[in-house]
Design a protein around this ligand. Structure first.
Ligand SMILES: Nc1ncnc2c1ncn2[C@@H]1O[C@H](COP(=O)(O)OP(=O)(O)O)[C@@H](O)[C@H]1O
Ligand SMILES: CC(=O)OP(=O)(O)O
Ligand SMILES: [Mg+2]
Length: 396
């Protein structure tokens, strides 16, 4: 059974074509830097890599390139889209509508669209992916898996905001949390690595990508998470500011005469690493600029890692301890300096990083010293495999 999984991030499309008879990967690829200079597609088939560099203006152009590359006579692994039996998509915001994966129909699409105002960088890209697949792979059923689903277990004292209660009742204003598929996957994986049941562990998972979030996973369930009503709250991100004093919002709007939409754009698209450094939203560019002596790039880096550290500390307090800390996603899997800085001076918690072991990219590895009280790991996330499993289950 051929299942294509599409994971549209805010700046990338990751895809994997699985043979779900044995969960083998037929092709795996990444379209990155969508909408910014240097956009490209990278695809791996049986260990062989190809690279296509071209301008990719948005997720719709990116999706068409993915399907062309998969079916191309030279680069492709299938001769026809008919070999794709189903498509599974990652969708970021499911509101309180969805606590699990579902088959796409008009009603589901409407609800994804309705939630788009709460995930403006994501749900529109996710919907675009669904619509391009409907057009180009018309016979394949489509399934969606929501980032918000895993966080449904968070207790009410953590998901509520201290606003007048009626705003929860009227508009469902609350913390939802995102990257749930990834947090759940790496929490389970780290428990396997440690040879202990996830139900016995207190784990802090740091998903650091273009969007970034930290989750406290207690006894296998999400207990708190840094993203909120939208994927804007919490960590400093590529273009998002994360936590700020909410009173800064009306203050800036008044001073700069901004509409709510303009203010939202400022916080979602022009802030974070990009806004502080003035260099780029991409961690690699910011790290390069900082090592060339750019002070604002260094400041952006320091703010990024300081925020990760704050969340690790606060979730340790909330869970009354921590057994394992996991780093995952683009920056978490590759950025050894970010990991090292985020865990520096956490020795009062018993966290000690081994510099040699930490010199690792994109593979599962314990990076803490043997006498560290907390096990720190790099675990590559695999949201796509989780989505493929759900898709197979639902179309049976
Ligand atoms: N070698 C690396 N070192 C540091 N950061 C990296 C490296 N490779 C990728 N990244 C960072 O990962 C981020 C993208 O992460 P990713 O999980 O793909 O994001 P998203 O899914 O949100 O689009 C970018 O900031 C990029 O710079
Ligand atoms: C929810 C979110 O921020 O997703 P991404 O990291 O893929 O942008
Ligand atoms: Mg991502």
């Amino acid at each position: 059974m051929g299942i294509l999984v599409i994971n549209s991030g805010s700046s990338s499309i990751k895809y994997q074509l699985f043979n779900m008879d044995d969960e083998s990967v037929l092709a795996k690829g990444l379209v990155e830097r969508i909408g910014i200079e240097g956009s490209r597609l990278e695809q791996e088939v049986n260990g062989e890599e190809i690279e296509i560099e071209q301008e990719i203006a948005d997720h719709s152009v990116g999706m068409k390139l993915v399907i062309d590359t998969l079916t191309d006579t030279e680069t492709g692994v299938i001769s026809d889209v008919e070999e794709i039996d189903a498509v599974g998509h990652r969708v970021v915001h499911g509101g309180e509508y969805f606590d699990g994966s579902v088959v796409v129909d008009d009603d589901v699409k409407e609800k994804i669209e309705e939630c788009a105002k709460l995930a403006p960088l994501h749900n529109p890209a996710n919907l675009m992916g669904i619509e391009v697949c409907e057009e180009l792979i018309p016979n394949a059923p489509q399934v969606v898996t929501f980032d918000t689903a895993f966080h449904q277990s968070i207790p009410k004292e953590s998901y509520m905001y201290a606003l007048p209660y009626e705003f929860y009742e009227k508009h469902r204003v609350r913390r939802y949390g995102f990257h749930g598929t990834s947090h759940k996957f790496v929490a389970q994986r780290v428990a396997e690595e440690m040879g202990q049941p996830v139900e016995d562990l207190k784990i802090i998972t740091c998903h650091l990508g273009n969007g970034a979030s930290v989750t406290a996973v207690k006894n296998g369930k999400a207990y708190d998470t840094s993203m909120g009503l939208t994927p804007l709250e919490g960590l400093v991100m590529g273009t998002r500011c994360g936590d700020i004093d909410p009173a800064a919002v009306p203050f800036i709007m008044e001073k700069e005469d901004l509409s709510p939409q303009e203010m939202d754009q400022l916080m979602n698209n022009k802030s974070g690493l990009l806004g502080v450094s003035g260099v780029s939203s991409d961690m690699r560019d910011v790290e390069d600029a900082a090592s060339d002596g750019n002070k604002r790039a260094q400041l952006a880096l320091d703010m990024f890692t300081n925020r990760v550290k704050k969340y690790i500390g606060s979730y340790t307090a909330e869970m009354n301890g921590v057994d394992a800390i996991v780093f995952t996603a683009g920056i978490g899997e590759n950025g050894s300096e970010v990991r090292e800085a985020s865990c520096s001076e956490l020795d009062y918690l018993g966290v000690k990083i081994d510099a040699d072991k930490n010199n690792v990219r994109g593979k599962t590895q314990e990076i803490s010293t043997t006498d560290s009280k907390v096990n720190v790991y790099v675990i590559p996330t695999n949201e796509e495999l989780v989505i493929a499993r759900d898709t197979k289950e639902l179309i049976k």
